[in-house]
Design a protein. Structure first.
Length: 134
């Protein structure tokens, strides 16, 4: 039962990863504020949880009951399960950053969306650096 829940959680986490990437192709500009706020909340909770996603923490806790937040930020269970390749994950994050650059550009007259887009880009760059290169 625990393994089935873990697999479902991996797939859910993957889908959450894909939303910002796929969003730009399916949603009109009017919905930019929603995706920017959603990802801003994700970025903010990454900062609060020592560069970890709450879903990753739950996945790690299901694998190891003694896991504490921040112990191993470079290990993300769903990435091993779904992607199998660190370079693919980095590419996904770079593409997400490019999506926010597009959102920033097409909303350059809207200061709220522009500021949140810059915040998201900054946190994602920091996340990539500390998670994969530090």
């Amino acid at each position: 039962m625990k393994n089935i829940f873990l697999i479902i959680l991996h797939i859910f986490h993957f889908l959450i990863d894909m939303i910002p990437f796929a969003y730009i192709y399916f949603a009109p500009k009017e919905y930019d504020i929603y995706i920017v706020v959603l990802v801003s909340i994700q970025c903010f909770h990454w900062l609060l949880l020592k560069n970890e996603c709450i879903i990753s923490c739950i996945e790690k806790w299901l694998i190891n009951k003694n896991y504490e937040i921040g112990d191993d930020i470079s290990y993300i269970p769903h990435e091993d399960f779904i992607y199998y390749n660190k370079d693919a994950v980095i590419l996904l994050h770079v593409l997400q950053i490019l999506v926010f650059c597009v959102i920033f550009y097409r909303n350059r007259n809207n200061s709220i969306i522009s500021c949140l887009s810059v915040f998201n880009i900054t946190v994602m760059v920091q996340l990539i650096y500390f998670r994969y290169f530090y």
